[in-house]
Design a protein around this ligand. Sequence first.
Ligand SMILES: *[C@@H]1O[C@H](CO)[C@@H](O)[C@H](O)[C@H]1NC(C)=O
Ligand SMILES: *[C@@H]1O[C@H](CO)[C@@H](O)[C@H](O)[C@H]1NC(C)=O
Ligand SMILES: *[C@@H]1O[C@H](CO)[C@@H](O)[C@H](O)[C@H]1NC(C)=O
Ligand SMILES: *[C@@H]1O[C@H](CO)[C@@H](O)[C@H](O)[C@H]1NC(C)=O
Ligand SMILES: *[C@@H]1O[C@H](CO)[C@@H](O)[C@H](O)[C@H]1NC(C)=O
Ligand SMILES: *[C@@H]1O[C@H](CO)[C@@H](O)[C@H](O)[C@H]1NC(C)=O
Ligand SMILES: *[C@@H]1O[C@H](CO)[C@@H](O)[C@H](O)[C@H]1NC(C)=O
Ligand SMILES: *[C@@H]1O[C@H](CO)[C@@H](O)[C@H](O)[C@H]1NC(C)=O
Ligand SMILES: *[C@@H]1O[C@H](CO)[C@@H](O)[C@H](O)[C@H]1NC(C)=O
Ligand SMILES: *[C@@H]1O[C@H](CO)[C@@H](O)[C@H](O)[C@H]1NC(C)=O
Ligand SMILES: *[C@@H]1O[C@H](CO)[C@@H](O)[C@H](O)[C@H]1NC(C)=O
Ligand SMILES: *[C@@H]1O[C@H](CO)[C@@H](O)[C@H](O)[C@H]1NC(C)=O
Length: 834
Amino acid sequence: MKSLMKPQKIRLAILLPVFFAVFTVSKADDTLFQDVVLKDGGNTIVSSGGVFELGFFSRGTSSNRYLGIWFKKISNGTTVVWVANRQNPIPDKNGTLKLISPGILVLVNGTNSTVWSSNTTTSVQNPVAQLFDYGNLVVRDANDEDPNNYLWQSFDYPTDSFLPRMKFGKNLVTGVDTYLSSWASPDDPSPGPYITRIDLNGFPQIFIRNVSSPIYRSGPWNGLRFSGMPNLKPNPIYNYTFVMNRQEVIYTYELLNDSVVTMMVLDQQGILQRYTWIDRTQKWELYLSVQIDNCDTYNLCGAYGSCNIVNSPACGCLDKFEPKFPNNWNDADWSGGCVRKTSMNCSSDAFQKYSGIKLPDTNVSRFNFSTSLDECQALCLKNCSCMAYTSANISNGGSGCLMWFGDLVDIRAYSENGQDIYIRLAASDVGGEGIGTARLVIILSSVFVFMAIILCLCIIWKCRKMKWQRKRPISRSSRYGQNWHDLETAEKSESHSKDDLELPLFDFVTIADATGNFASHNKLGEGGFGPVYMGKLEDGEEIAVKRLSKESKQGFDEFKNELNCIAKLQHRNLVKLLGCCMHEEEKMLVYEYMPNKSLDSFIFDKKQSKILDWPLRYQIINGTARGLLYLHQDSRLRIIHRDLKASNILLDMEMNPKISDFGLARIFGGNETAANTMRVVGTYGYMAPEYAVDGLFSVKSDVFSFGVLVLEIISGKRNRGFQHVDHRHNLVGHAWRLYKEDKALELIDESICTSYDPDEVLRSIHIGLLCVQQSPEDRPSMASVVVMLGSNYALPEPKVPGFYTERKLMEGDTSSSKISWSTNELTFTVLEAR
Ligand SMILES: *[C@@H]1O[C@H](CO)[C@@H](O)[C@H](O)[C@H]1NC(C)=O
Ligand SMILES: *[C@@H]1O[C@H](CO)[C@@H](O)[C@H](O)[C@H]1NC(C)=O
Ligand SMILES: *[C@@H]1O[C@H](CO)[C@@H](O)[C@H](O)[C@H]1NC(C)=O
Ligand SMILES: *[C@@H]1O[C@H](CO)[C@@H](O)[C@H](O)[C@H]1NC(C)=O
Ligand SMILES: *[C@@H]1O[C@H](CO)[C@@H](O)[C@H](O)[C@H]1NC(C)=O
Ligand SMILES: *[C@@H]1O[C@H](CO)[C@@H](O)[C@H](O)[C@H]1NC(C)=O
Ligand SMILES: *[C@@H]1O[C@H](CO)[C@@H](O)[C@H](O)[C@H]1NC(C)=O
Ligand SMILES: *[C@@H]1O[C@H](CO)[C@@H](O)[C@H](O)[C@H]1NC(C)=O
Ligand SMILES: *[C@@H]1O[C@H](CO)[C@@H](O)[C@H](O)[C@H]1NC(C)=O
Ligand SMILES: *[C@@H]1O[C@H](CO)[C@@H](O)[C@H](O)[C@H]1NC(C)=O
Ligand SMILES: *[C@@H]1O[C@H](CO)[C@@H](O)[C@H](O)[C@H]1NC(C)=O
Ligand SMILES: *[C@@H]1O[C@H](CO)[C@@H](O)[C@H](O)[C@H]1NC(C)=O
């Protein structure tokens, strides 16, 4: 698996050098007539607009000759899209193509033996073969241009390239099955082990197979896209459609603007990718990859397993299911899959809804487009071997019925663009549904009464507790004791405001004791928003206390709301908030203490940096990416950090990175997700250009900071203050120059030069550069970053990074704005009048 997915500089066979010996001696012509032969070394056939060319070619050092079609105008004619005699190469240049009656193309070798031929079921008087500007070579009657009457067309028998207007799939009338098969190697067009085709068992799906075993499945067409291709979306380049009727089951796409060149190719690793031709770079650039990550591996997690790429490990069981062989499961062998926790009983089953998933393999399924979802449920419930059902078409609110018989395999979870499915479970697991209505009413009402009683008891208890607490003197040792004195100001908003503070409230005395009265030797550092002290509670637990600067003008309620939100953010790559403390004007946050301090104390320090070898650094990059992804996307708040930097990444005992100071930007004003802010918080060197200059922030400004961080982790140098003898660029600029000169590995820190994996380092630098691109739209989202870090697929080319200008001397530059900052690393804030 691993070696298969090794990144390849250029995946397309067609980009490799070829040696043509084709001379176009006569005027370009797009048609071959019955009495004319096309000789190797003679002329070629060129489509009327000069887009495609048909002729003989060879590859690499081999003298084997093939008849093929390639792009004429672009890529110097090296992109071959179709090959006739891929299995029977002609060893010399004596091959000839001719069109014989009643309309068959025949390719013969030097001894007049047929090495390849087209075929036809009908015969015509006057056949011609014509090459069209969309890449199709057709044999037709000279006087009949109707595509339905073509005798033969190359689009029915493609090799590895799926061109616009080609119909990929099966014609049920003629029996023609159009599928792709990979080249054996870049220099050998003979069929490789990989094939992709539409499979008509059950509800049709696209499969990619390795010889005969499936390696990828697209999922069924759901009216909008294939269920497992979330990246197939309406776009400005092409439109696409899936047709399923009695005549054909096909997928096809068309260009919306003929000036764009795009096609899909099944490469020699079995990966199906779409490329577009970019004139400026004179290269085929990757547009999208059908297989995105490891979760796209067919049936990775076994039956009823669900693959979610943001989890580690990616495989898990669907809710209400458990591993069939827990021991194998723990050893990362997921093939056994999962089973229901409560085995089902056909007579009393019900359906549980699962959302956001890629629909399971439909190879054993039935569907009906005119059945409603309710009827569908009833039908499925009736048949004991029906395991699940869903809408067959999700466009326009959903319609039709799709039912699965047999185990559900190859399921994955998506954070967006997934679908709903209703899976059969024992009624007791679903809870209520499927039980008789009368029983349901009884159960529900008793639950209701029970809850009402509990609620009353709670209220009574709370009131009593409150009275009791008010009388109680403040206890120095009560760690979570509420400090009523400090809260007197908020007394008016009474019970609801105090009691819904879910976060433990430390009293000021406890904190002062723990930190030795904020002694300077306990000061850990000066982060954004205020100094941080180390402290030790009476029970020995170590804490870190952040004393928020008084600048925050937030009132008590607002502060508390924000804190409640932040306290709910929990992820292994975020520092855990233990509680807070409020004392007069002062606000403090209490965090878990990280014995290894922050990342900057390692990577920028000559001695300490030796501790962080490359595997640890890679772990830190990955962990930080996941933490940031959680803030951006997976947490309900969608938090933009706005001050991501090495000193805000703390390290635990195992050197796992934990992001700190998240959510503080909200406390200090502004909780919009993408907005123009009056207040710029951030740190020079890490700020994205649009944020530093215009105050525009979005998740993409965090992505920029992340990119800087990645480059710093690799190089062990600070972006700001970076010096180089040859130029005055900052670290990002330096990395970009090295990358452009293909010397990116020169960037790495000396202290990791014995431990690094060049592939991982190069990929990380590449991703870092993608993150620091000038334009926010070009930068990938954190979700993509996490995926890129975890897979080996080809990455897009980065564009020029932000701030790519050589510096003059920065000193004095700041006088014109009211920015206040003292040291290199300090977070600064600016209040601008707008
Ligand atoms: C195409 O051919 C031209 C002239 O022969 C050459 O300069 C150029 O580098 C070639 N481009 C590619 C991509 O091979
Ligand atoms: C032509 O093809 C035939 C049949 O495949 C083969 O026997 C013969 O050797 C080939 N001749 C040349 C010159 O390749
Ligand atoms: C095939 O071509 C080679 C030169 O490439 C020539 O020497 C040879 O005689 C040719 N053979 C036939 C059967 O025409
Ligand atoms: C092949 O066929 C052509 C035309 O039918 C004929 O002129 C030529 O002599 C043949 N060559 C051989 C080697 O049989
Ligand atoms: C035509 O040729 C293709 C492959 O070359 C083959 O799969 C197909 O069955 C043939 N059709 C007829 C009608 O002979
Ligand atoms: C395809 O099959 C071959 C041989 O069974 C195997 O070595 C290779 O890893 C497989 N490729 C993929 C992508 O599964
Ligand atoms: C796709 O675009 C082409 C060209 O604009 C148009 O003719 C065709 O109807 C469109 N197809 C679909 C399914 O929208
Ligand atoms: C097609 O693309 C070209 C170049 O990208 C652009 O100039 C032209 O306006 C586009 N045409 C349409 C109809 O969008
Ligand atoms: C399962 O179904 C059988 C008959 O279909 C019934 O006798 C049995 O009580 C059911 N068991 C449960 C746990 O519902
Ligand atoms: C359907 O797919 C499953 C999982 O790959 C396989 O076990 C089963 O044999 C297939 N059934 C049919 C009828 O192809
Ligand atoms: C599909 O469902 C409709 C309405 O429920 C029914 O009339 C029709 O016979 C069904 N078709 C098939 C093939 O089962
Ligand atoms: C349940 O569905 C399966 C698969 O379609 C079918 O073979 C079987 O006859 C059905 N059973 C009943 C009781 O309808």
